[in-house]
Design a protein around this ligand. Structure first.
Ligand code: NAD
Ligand code: DAU
Length: 384
């Protein structure tokens, strides 16, 4: 019988949750174990249906815990380890980078070490290694920033549109995009910690034969995202008629991808990606931050019963993020050509679905937006 066991670390976070739900839908035979420390952004309620119906096993624990990780590997012998667990917010890494090095570097190193030890023991005992892929979930931020050399936005090339099988006219704000062969050039402590983890993962592949593949994806949005990131933060503030804090002049560009599209890409890399390879994943949906915020104001206003006070007067330009990367854009040709993957959700559809999800799940949001979240918010935004 094929071993379809997935150990998903950080599965109670935003993308991990979307991945677990996608995986269960895609592969009814998959056995899924989620290991998550439930830090401030991990939310067990996001997976309560899957836990209660015994579709997954949930283990609360830290990826840095050697004994725990070794025990889980021995008990479940996963065919796939997918490492989403991380500290992920750039602004927090500027405030205190130590938790980022701890989880993103030392935690990843521990997973690599434990997986290598298991593989070595299996081979030494004349058995086949049970691990088929260790997927390290990285980020496009490891490449640094790109220039904006088309400030008004230029249409995507016909070649790109045909690769994506997309008819809607997308735009790009620059002539370059990140490719997998670009040097790592991280700007923030967050991205530096992710780049370090990438190098360790590739070194474990080369030195010890661990079957590693890496994904580097652009900005995700969708259901279950913690409201410290741009899109859910703005949705929450719009609903509360609170000021919408736009950093700098709001002209920084991000390449947005619906989290379910990312999840499908991660699954493709796990099951069909080549060992030792890096795969970029992106949405081909470049937007300036200010345009995203204005669009959100319109979408929220169109979806709520009472939209009084929901307008652009809520926008508040605030001090810029130190070292703020100007533009991200992904060239995902390698994943598209090799794996047959492509992003399926347009930004307009994805954003409408995301707003609808937050409106339908106000309790999920309200449970977060209290106590610790409010202290965080005051700390981060009071002196901007
Ligand atoms: P998130 O912040 O929503 O969730 C992170 C999860 O990891 C949480 O459930 C948290 O409890 C868990 N976690 C943190 N430290 C842990 C530890 N020491 N041990 C076990 N679990 C721990 O993050 P996300 O946005 O879902 O990002 C997931 C991964 O994808 C990260 O590796 C991130 O770098 C990468 N990524 C994110 C984006 C994005 O736009 N959000 C884009 C590209 C790549
Ligand atoms: O590109 C992938 C990365 O995307 C992931 O690796 C990170 O984990 C994820 O957090 C995200 O990083 P960003 O810094 O791009 O995302 P964030 O949502 O924090 O910010 C998006 C843009 O919006 C960025 O240019 C900063 C700006 N911004 C953000 C917030 C929270 C604002 O203008 N105001 C805000 O309040």
């Amino acid at each position: 019988m094929t071993n379809n066991t997935f150990l998903v670390t950080g599965g109670a976070g935003f993308i991990g949750t979307n991945f677990v739900k996608f995986l269960l839908n895609e592969d009814a035979e998959a056995k899924v174990i989620v290991l998550d420390a439930l830090t401030y952004c991990g939310n067990i309620k996001s997976l309560s249906a899957e836990i209660e119906s015994h579709k997954i096993e949930f283990v609360k624990g830290d990826i840095i815990d050697r004994q725990l990780v070794a025990t889980l590997l021995e008990r479940y012998t996963p065919a796939y380890i997918v490492n989403f667990a991380a500290e992920t917010h750039v602004d927090r890494s500027l405030d205190d980078s130590r938790p980022f090095v701890r989880t993103n570097v030392e935690g990843t190193l521990n997973l690599l070490d434990c997986a290598t030890a298991q593989r070595r023991a299996q081979l030494e005992n004349g058995k086949e290694s049970t691990l088929r892929k260790f997927v390290q979930i990285s980020t496009d931020e490891v490449y640094g920033q790109l220039e904006i050399d088309c400030p008004e936005g230029a249409p995507l090339s016909a070649d790109t549109l045909s690769k994506l099988c997309r008819e809607d006219a997308g735009v790009t704000y620059g002539s370059s995009a990140f490719t997998e062969t670009m040097p790592l050039c991280a700007s923030s402590p967050y991205s530096a910690s992710k780049a370090s983890a990438d190098l360790l993962a590739l070194a474990y592949c080369r030195s010890f034969g661990l079957p590693v593949a890496i994904t580097r994806c652009s900005n995700n949005y969708g259901p279950y995202q913690y409201p410290e990131k741009l899109i859910p933060l703005m949705i929450n503030n719009i609903l509360l008629r609170k000021p919408l804090p736009v950093y700098g002049r709001g002209l920084n560009v991000r390449d947005w991808i619906y989290a379910e599209d990312h999840a499908r890409g991660v699954y493709a890399v796990a099951t069909a990606g080549r060992v030792g390879q890096v795969y970029n994943l992106g949405g081909y949906s470049e937007r300036r931050n200010i345009d995203v915020v204005k669009k959100l104001i319109n979408i929220v206003a169109s979806q709520v019963d009472d939209n009084a006070g929901i307008d652009e007067s809520l926008i508040s330009y605030v001090g810029d993020r130190p070292g703020h990367d100007m533009r991200y854009a992904i060239d995902a040709s390698k994943a598209i050509d090799e794996l047959g993957w492509r992003p399926l959700t347009s930004f307009d559809d994805g954003l409408k679905a995301t707003v609808a999800w937050y409106l339908a799940n106000r309790q999920w949001l309200n449970d977060i937006v209290s106590g610790d979240y409010l202290s965080y918010y005051d700390k981060m935004y009071s002196n901007r």
